[in-house]
Design a binder for this molecule. Structure first.
Ligand code: RUQ
Ligand code: CUA
Length: 660
């Protein structure tokens, strides 16, 4: 038996590897670009793009915002990684954002941006994104394009199937990629006791309707598989959440071979509404855990980090009716729900068909107990034929992800055969296929996973770029490709490079975001403990070895600009308030030799740089952002004296004016 599995498996793996070999790659794209492509992506100087695309930065830990159709990079939003460009994770105010139960973790691997939804439509309020490595979910406020909250997830390894939100953003949900023993379970166990001791956990993070504030509501303990991706139901399937899982073989070594044995793995369907009811009825078990919850406030311009000590769990094997498994061929990866909420599309990485499951048939199969065995004793596996609506036949090789347009079509990426395939949702017939360059992962259509897709474009994120750009040494730029999908045939319009490795992106009509933009922070509302609201209030205060500098920035000077009485070995905190009350007038701040980054202080905001002078001397500081005609004049000096020196604290600006 085993032997025949290998025969099937080996050519499949060879194909996967083959996709990176020059001999197998599709021809150059030059000829396939229409003459009017340039016109379609040209956004005239001074004009806005039509769409925002929020793309994960992959192993950069960040999110990037692009304008579509131009492909212009608008902003890198720091999330899980320190960003020297603006001091995120370096300033005293933002360091707590990167706190975890493991201490300060200033990097992560971000995969799936998820826009908040109201009635199943993107509402443009928040963007959630997962940290895959040290499991976290972040929330970005789209009025400021700042990360305002990060919650760590206990009990799991690899927060990959995350964060996917329910139809009204009741919850954002994340699931385990690397099953492991629960945190409190006495987890010094042999790795090969995987089947006995390891578990998966699905985290349900409640989202406050008004503020977006997140709270870990409960975790469902599920069998120890690798959970890969997820999507919530909508409309009729509102109460359900669907997850792909692979490694249902429960291998713990050489997964490449050992987790590809079975012909079918599963889509796991969870009735989250029922789980919520059980939790409300007090059926959860409280267990001790440790996880960080970090919140940034636009009032204090500061973050706080709290270590939480408890969560509640439900073991799904003890509550019939919560979880069902639908067999899905060949190590499924993406799972996507059609805009009407009736069909669930799952993509097996090694499969030759795309199965489309019917929500209605799933309910029927549950009612009729059309089971094909049980997992972990009492979690029903539903019969494949009983839940299947149909299969998209011969779609290509290596289907990964699907999104939907506004005209009843689905678009699926084919990793191995390097193409996007367009098919009709109602009859599952293939309409068109377009080569992409090369090996696409996710794709994004504006509103493409929502109830009301906007359509018009698909942005495809490629895993390999090869010969698409000017070479840049051993590592080539990552790439996205833009297609026009307004007509019958997909048309390639543009290649553009991305930051990190873009996994997934979500795209939204710009008007939903533009109207809510914050242009500056009101100085009067600034509640930072070290804010000063005018130059008159600036001061320097010594308390033992701690020195607090209350400084202001304004075109075109920093006040004070001469500071004496600092000593070697001091802890100097420079708190800078940007007094400007105008759009797009940040000031920067940097100190020679500081083992830190710069600050970039938005109008009306206060930020703090910590500095430890280690040698005596005169140390210049300056504004780093070219803010005005006299920006180069925006500078000052610290005088650092030896420890114990008698030089008093002294600060000034403009005391010795030069007169002719
Ligand atoms: S993944 S290329 Cu990290 Cu979303 Cu599918
Ligand atoms: Cu402020 Cu340059």
């Amino acid at each position: 038996m085993k032997f025949s599995n290998y025969i099937i498996l080996i050519p499949a793996l060879a194909l996967l590897a083959g996709s990176t070999m020059p001999g197998c790659k599709p021809g150059k794209a030059g000829s396939s670009v229409d003459a009017d492509a340039a016109q379609k992506v040209y956004v005239a100087p001074g004009k806005y793009d039509e769409i925002y695309t929020f793309m994960s930065g992959g192993f950069s830990g960040q999110v990037a915002a692009y304008g579509i159709p131009s492909g212009r990079l608008l902003k890198v939003i720091p999330v899980f990684s320190q960003n020297p460009e603006n001091g995120y994770g370096y300033s005293e105010e933002t360091k707590p954002m990167l706190n975890t139960s493991h201490g300060f973790v200033a990097w992560d691997d971000s995969h799936h941006p998820e826009l908040s939804k109201t009635n199943g439509e993107d509402d443009g309020r928040w963007l959630f994104i997962n940290g895959n490595n040290t499991p976290r979910i972040a929330r970005i406020d789209l009025t400021t394009f700042k990360t305002t909250e990060i919650i760590e997830l206990p009990n799991i390894g690899g927060n990959h199937a995350s964060p996917f939100c329910t139809e009204n953003t009741e919850y954002v949900v994340g699931n385990t990629r690397f099953s492991q023993p629960l945190d409190n379970a006495g987890n010094d166990v042999p790795i090969d006791s995987y089947k006995k001791n390891f578990k998966g956990a699905v985290s349900f993070v409640k989202v406050d309707k008004e503020t977006g504030g997140m709270k870990l509501a409960f975790q469902l303990i599920v069998p120890a598989f690798n959970y890969d991706l997820a999507h919530a139901g909508k409309g009729p399937s509102h109460d359900w959440m669907f997850f792909t899982c692979y490694n249902t073989e429960q291998a713990n070594t050489l997964l490449e071979v050992n987790a590809s044995q079975r012909d079918k793995d599963f889509v796991m369907a969870i009735n989250w509404k029922k789980a919520e009811e059980l939790i409300l009825a007090g059926k959860g078990t409280k267990i001790p855990v440790k996880y960080a919850h970090n919140v940034y406030s636009d009032k204090t311009h500061s973050a706080t980090s709290t270590i939480e000590k408890e969560t509640q769990i439900l073991d799904v094997t003890k509550f019939p009716g919560l979880v069902y498994y639908m067999p899905c061929p060949k190590s499924p990866h993406g799972v996507d729900v059609t805009p009407d909420g009736e069909s669930i599309v799952a993509s097996g990485k090694l499969a030759a068909v795309i199965p489309v499951f019917s929500y209605k048939k799933m309910l029927d199969a549950i009612a009729k107990k059309a089971y094909d065995g049980m997992i972990d004793g009492n979690l029903p596996v539903l019969k494949y034929e009983a839940v299947l609506r149909g299969e998209v036949k011969k779609p290509g090789l290596g289907p990964l992800h699907t999104e939907f347009d506004d005209k009843g079509f689905a678009y699926t990426t084919m990793f191995v055969s390097s193409e996007v395939v367009k098919w009709k949702v109602d009859n599952l017939e293939i309409i068109d296929r377009a080569p992409v360059f090369y090996s696409p992962g996710h794709l994004s259509i504006p509103g493409g996973d929502s109830k009301k897709p906007y359509g018009k474009y698909v942005i495809v994120m490629d895993k390999i770029t090869k010969d698409r750009y000017l070479p840049t040494g051993p590592e080539l730029s990552q790439a996205a490709q833009l297609f026009d999908i307004s007509g019958n045939k997909m048309k390639l319009l543009l290649d553009f490079p991305t930051i990190g490795e873009p996994h997934y992106a979500q795209s939204i009509p710009a008007e939903k975001i533009v109207k809510n933009q914050v242009k500056f922070f009101k100085l009067a509302d600034n509640k930072n403990a070290y804010a000063v609201k005018s130059e008159k209030e600036t001061k320097v205060v010594r308390t033992g070895k701690r020195v607090d500098v209350y400084m202001t920035a304004m075109r075109s000077h920093l006040a004070p600009d001469n500071i004496e009485g600092i000593q070697v070995g001091d802890d100097v905190y420079i708190h800078i308030t940007n007094l400007e009350q105008d759009w797009d007038v940040p000031h920067g701040f940097a100190i020679k030799g500081a083992n830190n980054a710069e600050l970039l202080i938005m109008p009306g905001e206060t930020s703090t740089l910590k500095w430890n002078p280690y040698q005596q001397g005169i140390v210049p500081f300056y504004c780093t952002d070219f803010c005005s005609a006299l920006h180069q004049e925006m500078q000052g000096y610290f005088r650092v004296s030896p420890a114990g020196s008698k030089v008093p604290i002294k600060f000034s600006i403009g005391v010795n004016p030069v007169t002719q």
